[in-house]
Ligand binder design. Structure first.
Ligand code: CA
Length: 229
């Protein structure tokens, strides 16, 4: 499992320790030392998960969590709070804010990774699942490879994410706006027709194996990945 994780922590030694362990576990890591910097990074690209220290200079971690939950585009992002306090009232405040989990400092790298995996499995099953197979089309998230009956299919990174989302949400119709949200994260600078461009590329890449037929256009609604083709 490889996720994009943003670590927001002002104590640099702790930030470094966390980052090293996450990278070792195969995750991609971004770092911020305060909430303002984190907010800019989140606006530029929505991470899969945010490790957020409660006590930060300026805007506190819990206030940033509140802001993220209030904004439509970051509302569903996974958040794990890091706290130095084991105060139950803090925990209640955090849960009301809608954070996914808490880790009290000091914590072991093993505990941190286990909590991250648990949250990702619950919130982002399409990332947590290493390999998915539908009728001979196989997508492996760990190696970023797609094969059709064992033959490698070359895909760009966006087509890969698009296919991964479709293969983990089969039979449902997804609007272009939903796909933008799920695949691109931040769609401020992306237009609806960008989805059509990448769907076209994805279909072209799957044409040789005829798997392109599984990606159906639903007139006036969007796209659907159907298993029954
Ligand atoms: Ca701190």
């Amino acid at each position: 499992m490889a996720a994009q994780i943003l670590v927001v922590e002002d104590e640099l030694s702790i930030q470094e320790l966390i980052a090293v362990n996450l990278v070792r576990a195969g995750h991609r890591v971004q770092r911020a030392v305060d909430a303002e910097t984190a907010q800019d990074m989140i606006k530029a690209a929505l991470p899969d998960l945010i490790l957020l220290d409660w006590m930060l200079p300026g805007i506190s971690g819990i206030d940033l969590a509140r802001r993220l939950r209030a904004a439509p585009y970051s509302r569903d992002v996974s958040i794990i709070m890091l706290t130095a306090r084991s105060d139950e009232r803090d925990k209640i405040t955090g849960l009301e804010t809608g954070v996914d989990d808490f880790i009290t400092k000091p914590f072991s790298p093993r505990e941190l990774l286990a909590r991250i995996t648990a949250v990702l499995r619950r919130r982002l099953p399409h990332i947590a699942t290493d390999a998915i197979e539908v009728n001979g089309l196989r997508l492996d998230s760990a190696t970023h490879r797609v094969t059709a009956f064992g033959t490698e299919v070359a895909l760009g990174p966006t087509e890969f994410r698009l296919l991964r989302f479709l293969m983990t949400h089969t039979e449902q119709v997804h609007s272009r706006a939903q796909l933008l949200n799920q695949v691109w994260g931040d769609h401020v600078f992306v237009e609806d027709r960008t989805v059509d461009v990448h769907i076209r590329r994805l279909r072209a890449a799957l044409e040789d194996s005829s798997f392109d037929a599984m990606i159906q256009t639903v007139r006036g609604s969007g796209y659907r990945f159907s298993r029954s083709v």
